[in-house]
Design a protein around this ligand. Structure first.
Ligand code: DSN
Length: 446
């Protein structure tokens, strides 16, 4: 029997996405084949363990045809093994990695697995402060990782860039087992070479990059790849700029060996230490329907059009940043070098980020309230908002539309401070809807 309630709610969400514009920088719209793979019978299958790791350097056909014993705990894996090998091979190709673990259910799971692979309880991790653009799983006090490991934080400088001098000083002082670079609200390109130089002065220090936000920009060659500079590990989600299904991914450099045997605790063995930390260390059965969708997304990201997409994401973000500044918005870091913009709403218009987020919701523009560096306000009602262009760019919007979006943001801010009438919301809502309907979603039509 059909569950009409859920079916109708999915339809309503499709309509919301079609008629609105998505400015949350960590969201995107996936292709029909990514959607179809997730909605497939692969969800019926259990596949604890790993496929064999043969022929991963070959063509897609060679990868699919490769034979060899797998490392699975259940039968019936002949198709799943091919799919997971394809996902691994394509991820390695895309990011120039020696190994890829495609099983993490999320970015948080990916990060926790890397910690589990390399750390003992109480070991030190040097990571960006959450309030300066880091992520919850980088040691925020409320998280599980903060109860197990010892996190020391570095920060951004007044110009919005990483305080590399502080990072170097803290690395010398605390001798961390992991230095973690990677951010959820940061608008610059990290200097990976400098971090590698700092990390090499600390023995047994794993260099880890959480590239969840910018993985698609790395795949599209418009953002540096930490693995090219000597980082050992890169984690990411697969659904942000990378435009795949909701999930996680761990890429690494080093030797790949049989995951059924524990290798020596050495940096060069990190690929297999991570495989064992994902399963059985921190997860059970992999989600093979999601892994199939990851394989499809990696295939899409390997096409030349994806490089063009990544270039347009950054061009749109830069255009939007300029248009916002022209309308009185104060941007952290003075602009953007990637897909993301962080606005200080208190300084810009004297309103908090949550008030502005709710105001934009009324007209079908979606972004999120976000802390800014050294924010004195509560996390739920912080001083800033965070927005970006990955989703808009997927729908085909260009710099011309960024001017229009900046206008809408300005008008909503002016309504919030009483310079315009709230009755204008209805007019703005229709304007947003009209523009949105000109740029259809790539997949999901009922
Ligand atoms: N929720 C993600 C983001 O929006 O950046 C991070 O986990």
């Amino acid at each position: 029997m059909t569950d009409k309630i859920v079916a109708n709610l999915i339809k309503a969400e499709y309509q919301r996405q079609c008629e609105g514009l998505e400015l949350i920088p960590s969201e995107n719209y996936v292709s029909q084949q990514v959607l179809d793979s997730m909605a497939s019978v692969l969800t019926n299958k259990y596949s604890e363990g790993y496929p064999n790791f043969a022929a991963l350097d070959g063509s897609d056909d060679a990868v699919v045809d490769a034979t060899g014993a797998d490392f699975r705990y259940y039968g019936g894996q002949e198709n799943v093994n091919k799919i997971e090998r394809l996902a691994i091979a394509r991820a390695r190709r895309l990011f120039r990695a020696d190994h890829a673990n495609v099983q993490p259910h999320s970015g948080a799971q990916a990060n926790n697995a890397v910690y589990h692979a390399w750390l003992e309880p109480g070991d030190t991790v040097l990571a960006m402060d959450l309030g300066h653009g880091g992520h919850l799983t980088h040691g925020a006090a409320v998280t599980q990782s903060a109860r197990i490991y010892h996190f020391v934080n570095y920060h951004t400088r007044a110009d919005g860039d990483i305080d590399y001098d502080e990072l170097a000083r803290l690395a010398q002082e605390h001798r961390p087992k992991i230095i973690l670079v990677g951010y959820s609200a940061f608008t610059k390109l990290p200097d990976f070479a400098r971090v590698v130089e700092i990390g090499r002065q600390v023995s047994q220090c794993l260099l880890m990059a959480d590239m969840a936000h910018v993985a698609g920009l790395i795949a599209g060659d418009v953002h540096p790849n930490p693995l090219d500079f000597g980082f050992h590990v890169m984690t990411t989600t697969t659904h942000k700029t990378l435009r795949g299904p909701r999930g996680g991914l761990i890429l690494s450099k080093g030797k790949v060996s049989n995951p059924l045997r524990r290798p020596e605790y050495r940096l060069e063995n990190i690929p297999t230490l991570i495989d064992r930390a994902v399963f059985p260390g921190t997860q059970g059965g992999p989600l093979e329907h999601v892994i199939a969708a990851k394989a499809v997304a990696f295939h899409e990201a390997l096409q030349p059009e994806f490089k063009d997409y990544a270039r347009r994401v950054v061009a749109n973000a830069k255009s939007l940043a300029i248009a916002l500044q022209e309308r009185g918005f104060q941007l952290i870091g003075g602009g953007t070098e990637n897909h993301l913009i962080l606005i200080n709403m208190i300084e810009s218009y004297g309103i908090d980020g949550k008030t502005f987020e709710r105001s934009l919701d009324k007209i079908g523009l979606t972004l999120n309230a976000n802390a800014i560096p050294n924010d004195t306000r509560k996390a739920f009602e912080p001083s800033g908002v965070r927005l970006g262009t990955p989703a808009l760019t997927t729908r085909g919007l260009s710099p011309a539309e960024m001017e229009q979006i900046a206008d809408w943001l300005q008008k909503c801010a002016e309504i919030c401070v009483g310079r315009r009438d709230v009755a204008e919301y209805a007019v703005l809502r229709e304007e947003v809807r009209a523009l949105a309907l000109r740029f259809p979603l790539p997949g999901g039509a009922a």
